[in-house]
Design a protein around this ligand. Structure first.
Ligand code: SF4
Length: 747
C-alpha cells in the first residue's frame, strides 16, 4: 500500500467488497482521492464487469458522514472520543453482563457487510467464543438460513452449498432471484447478464419463476409469475412429475444417496393439479417444465431469497437440491457443483461426519430452535422487551442496521432504546447505531487489504485474488477491533494487546493442519511453520497460511511454484485455477457418508405443506414482496450521491388493474397497511407486477432523528420491514419477508 502526494497519480487494482460478485476494479487515485473507478478488464473472474455500486466505492471512502473516530455517549448525545477512551467505556459498560454466569443478558447482532470484510470474516469467531452467549443474531435469518438447513440435512454440512455451473449449463431454472440487477447470491459469478445471454446463445434455455417480471425474467425464455410464498409446493410438484413419470436419472448419485425409494409416497400429494391454485401455475405448464428439466442434458435449479424468505423456505431449499439430484445434475459439470476456494482444506479421508442438528437451545420468549448457533433475528425485539430471567439487556452490533433490515423494524427501534448498554462496530451513525453507547468505526474498505474469504467459496471458478490497501489508516482495523472486544469479553484490560488473540488463532490453525494426515505440512514443527508465515498484519498471515496449505498451495516447500500470498501479490488481476470439479461423495459430512433425503424435520414440513394445500384459496388479499435494485445494496450505501440522488426509487409498485380497482393513480401517495404497521409511499403503476402482488424495495426508511446520514435522510423512503410481522420459517428461523398480506388505499 502506498500513500500518494497531492499530484501523484496511480492505478490500483482491487476486488470490489460490496457484493458477492467480487468484481475486479481498476481505480485511478490522484493524491488522496479516488478519481475514477472502472472494471478491471484483466480480472480473471469478472473480466471488466462492474455495476454502479462499484463505481461508487470512492464516494464511500470520501463520504463526509463516514465515521473516522469513535463516538461515545455523553448525556443524550454522542461525541468523538479517542480509541483508548472508547474501549475503556466498552469494558466498563459490558462488565456487569460479562460477570454473569451464564451470560444470558448479553447478545450480538452481525450484519451482512461483515462477510465482505476479511477482518470481520476471520476474527468474529474469537469474539463469539469469548462472549459465550446464546443470543447470536445475524442477517442470515433474513436471507439464506433455509439453504444452510437443507444442506446440513442432505449433505451433513450447512456450508456445503452447490452453485449453478452457469458457463457450462444448458437449462437453468431460477426462482426468487434477479441476478440481472443484483448479481448472484450464494453464487459468485460476476456479470451474470453476460453469462445468461451466453447460455441462451448456445441454445440453452432460461426459465425464471418470480411473482415479478424482473429484468432477469425479461431475458428468459419463459417467465412464470408464481404466487408469492408457493415456491415449495411448486418445486415439489416438479419432483412429483419426475418421479411419477419415471424421468428420474440420478446416475452415480444413486450409489451414495439414501431415501430415494420412499420419495414417491412422500411427494404423492404434490401433483401439478393439486398445487395449481396455490401457485397460480396451471398443471400443464408445471408438467412441461418438469419434463424439459428432466430431459435437458446439463441443467441446474437455482432458488434464492424470494423462495427462502417465506413460510416454507427450508422445504423450498430442500426441494431445489432434490430436483438437482433426481435429474442427475448435482455435482456434475453444467449442473450445480460445490465450489472449491484456494484457501479451502482438501477433501481427504472418507465421506461422512457428525452431521447436522438444530435446536441445541431455544429462544426464551417464542422457543425458536437454535440453528448454526443463531436465533432468528425476527425474535430480537421480543428478547429485549420481555422481562424475566435471561432478558437481553446489552447488545453488540457489528456492521449492521437491523432497524431497517429486519422484521418489525420500528418495534426493534423502540426495543433498542431500552437496552442498558450497546456497542456498535460500524462506519456509520445510522438508524441502529444511534442507540449505541459507543461506536467503534473501522477504516473504509479502501484502507484495508482484501481477500474474499467467504465468496470464493461460492465462485463458479476456483480463483484467488488479493488486494492491498489503497490508503493508509492509523485507526485499528476490523480485525484489531474484534480482537480487542474479544479480550474485553475474556476479562482482560481495555488496553490489552490484540496480538494475543492473533497468535493463539494462528497457532491453533497451524496445529490443526500439521495434525491432518493429508496435509502437505503433516508432522512439521509448529514453530517452524509459524516463523515462515508471510504477512503484514493478522489477516494477511492467516490468508498466507491457508493458501499455502490449500489445494494449490506451495505447502511451505521452498522450491514449490505453488500458491502463497506473495504469489497473489504478483498477480494483481488474480489467478484462475479452473472450473469447478466434482466433489461427491468426499464432500459429504452426514453420519452415513451418503446424501440423506429422509429426515424427521423435512417430513414435518411436507406434512405442513400438505395441510396448506387443503386450505381454501385466499384470493383477494394483496401480497407484499421485496425488490432488489441495481443501484442499491441493503441500507448502508444509501448515503452515496451517485446511488441515491436519482429519481425516487422507494415506490410501491402495483399492477394497473389493482390500481384502478383501488382508485389509485400513478405517483399518488398510497397508504399500505399490514398487521405490523403502516407506511405511506408513492405509488408506481408498473407492468412488471402481476395482479394481486405489490412490491417495495429493501433498506429504506431513513426517517429517524439522531443519525448522521445526510443524503440518505434526504431520500428517506419507507421501510418495508415496518410492514413485516415477524413470523418465521420454522426449521431455519428465517423471517417471512415475502407474501405479507397488506391493504392499500389512497393516503
Ligand atoms: S456487482 Fe457487486 S462486486 Fe461487482 S461492482 Fe457491483 S457491487 Fe461491486
Amino acid at each position: 500500500m502506498a500513500t500518494g502526494t497531492a499530484d501523484e497519480r496511480r492505478t490500483v487494482y482491487r476486488t470490489c467488497p460490496l457484493c458477492e460478485a467480487t468484481c475486479g476494479l481498476e481505480l485511478t487515485v490522484e493524491g488522496e482521492r479516488v478519481t475514477r473507478v472502472r472494471g478491471d478488464r484483466e480480472d480473471v473472474l469478472s473480466g471488466g464487469y462492474l455495476c454502479p455500486k462499484g463505481v461508487a466505492l470512492g464516494e464511500l471512502h470520501h463520504d463526509p458522514d463516514r465515521l473516522r473516530a469513535p463516538l461515545v455517549r455523553d448525556g443524550d448525545g454522542l461525541r468523538e472520543a479517542s480509541w483508548e477512551e472508547a474501549f475503556e467505556r466498552v469494558a466498563a459498560g459490558l462488565a456487569p453482563f460479562l460477570a454473569e454466569n451464564p451470560r444470558r443478558a448479553l447478545g450480538i447482532y452481525v450484519g451482512n457487510p461483515n462477510v465482505h470484510n476479511l477482518g470481520g470474516a476471520l476474527f468474529l469467531r474469537p469474539l463469539l467464543k469469548a462472549l459465550a452467549t446464546r443470543h447470536l443474531y445475524t442477517a442470515s435469518t433474513v436471507d439464506q438460513m433455509p439453504k444452510h438447513v437443507a444442506s446440513g440435512l442432505m449433505f451433513g454440512d450447512p456450508a456445503a452449498l452447490p452453485v449453478p455451473d452457469v458457463d457450462r449449463c444448458d437449462y437453468l431454472l431460477m426462482l426468487g432471484a434477479n441476478p440481472w440487477e443484483s448479481n448472484g447470491s450464494l453464487w459468485t459469478a460476476p456479470d451474470l447478464p453476460r453469462r445468461l445471454r451466453a447460455l441462451r446463445r448456445r441454445g440453452g434455455r432460461l426459465v425464471v419463476v418470480d411473482p415479478r417480471r424482473t429484468r432477469t425474467a425479461e431475458h428468459a425464455d419463459l417467465h412464470l409469475a408464481i404466487r408469492p410464498g408457493s415456491d415449495a409446493p411448486w418445486l415439489l410438484a416438479l419432483a412429483h412429475v419426475i418421479v411419477d413419470e419415471g424421468l428420474a436419472r440420478p446416475g452415480r448419485l444413486a450409489d451414495f444417496s439414501e431415501g430415494l425409494d420412499g420419495l414417491a409416497a412422500r411427494l404423492a400429494a404434490f401433483t401439478p393439479e393439486a398445487v395449481a391454485a396455490q401457485c397460480d401455475i396451471d398443471a400443464a405448464t408445471t408438467r412441461a417444465v418438469a419434463r424439459e428439466l428432466a430431459a435437458a442434458s446439463r441443467a441446474a435449479v437455482y432458488a434464492r431469497i424470494g423462495t427462502h424468505a417465506n413460510p416454507f423456505g427450508t422445504l423450498a431449499a430442500w426441494a431445489t437440491e432434490l430436483l438437482n439430484l433426481l435429474t442427475g445434475n448435482l455435482d456434475r459439470e453444467g449442473g450445480v457443483m460445490f465450489p472449491r476456494a484456494p484457501h479451502d482444506r482438501p477433501d481427504d479421508g472418507e465421506p461422512g461426519g457428525r452431521g447436522f442438528t438444530t435446536g441445541r437451545w431455544r429462544s426464551r420468549v417464542s422457543a425458536h430452535p437454535e440453528v448454526m448457533g443463531e436465533l432468528p433475528v425476527a425474535a430480537l425485539a421480543e428478547e429485549i422487551e420481555t422481562p424475566g430471567e435471561g432478558q437481553l439487556r446489552a447488545l453488540i452490533t457489528i456492521a449492521g442496521n437491523p432497524v431497517l433490515s429486519t422484521p418489525a423494524g420500528a418495534r426493534l427501534d423502540r426495543a433498542l432504546a431500552g437496552l442498558d448498554f450497546m456497542v456498535s462496530v460500524d462506519i456509520y451513525l445510522n438508524e441502529t447505531t444511534r442507540h449505541a453507547d459507543v461506536i467503534l468505526p473501522p477504516p473504509s474498505p479502501l484502507e484495508r487489504s482484501h481477500y474474499d474469504y467467504f465468496f470464493m467459496r461460492f465462485a463458479v471458478r476456483s480463483v484467488a485474488n488479493y488486494s492491498p490497501a489503497v490508503f493508509a489508516s492509523d485507526a485499528p482495523g476490523e480485525a484489531a477491533i474484534l480482537m480487542r472486544l474479544a479480550l474485553i469479553a475474556r476479562g482482560a484490560a481495555a488496553g490489552a494487546d490484540p496480538r494475543t488473540i492473533e497468535q493463539e488463532n494462528l497457532r491453533g490453525l497451524v496445529e490443526r493442519e500439521v495434525g491432518r494426515p493429508g496435509s502437505a505440512i503433516h508432522g512439521c514443527a509448529v514453530d517452524d511453520i509459524l516463523a515462515r508465515i508471510d504477512g503484514a498484519d493478522a489477516c494477511e498471515r492467516v490468508i498466507d497460511f491457508l493458501l499455502r496449505t490449500g489445494p494449490w498451495g506451495d505447502g511451505f516447500a521452498s522450491d514449490s511454484p505453488g500458491l502463497s500470498l506473495a504469489t497473489l501479490r504478483a498477480h494483481p488481476h488474480g489467478i484462475d485455477f479452473g472450473p469447478m470439479q466434482p466433489r461427491l461423495p468426499g464432500r459429504l459430512r452426514t453420519p452415513s457418508g451418503r446424501i440423506e433425503l429422509a429426515s424427521a424435520l423435512i417430513d414435518g414440513e411436507l406434512s405442513r405443506a400438505r395441510a396448506v394445500l387443503a386450505e381454501p384459496s385466499r384470493d383477494g388479499a394483496l401480497l407484499l414482496i421485496g425488490r432488489r435494485e441495481f443501484h442499491s445494496n441493503n441500507s448502508w450505501l444509501h448515503n452515496l450521491p451517485s446511488l441515491i440522488e436519482r429519481p425516487e426509487r422507494c415506490t410501491l409498485r402495483m399492477h394497473a388493474a389493482d390500481a384502478a380497482r383501488l382508485g389509485l393513480a400513478d405517483g399518488a401517495l398510497a397508504r399500505v397497511r399490514s398487521a405490523a404497521g403502516e407506511v405511506e409511499v408513492p405509488l408506481e403503476i408498473h407492468a412488471e407486477m402481476r395482479p394481486g402482488v405489490v412490491s417495495l424495495p429493501h433498506g429504506y426508511g431513513h426517517r429517524y432523528a439522531g443519525t448522521r446520514l445526510a443524503r440518505a435522510t434526504a431520500h428517506a423512503g419507507v421501510s418495508a420491514n415496518d410492514l413485516v410481522v415477524g413470523s418465521v420459517d420454522g426449521p431455519s428461523g428465517n423471517a417471512v419477508l415475502n407474501g405479507v398480506p397488506v391493504t392499500v388505499a389512497p393516503a
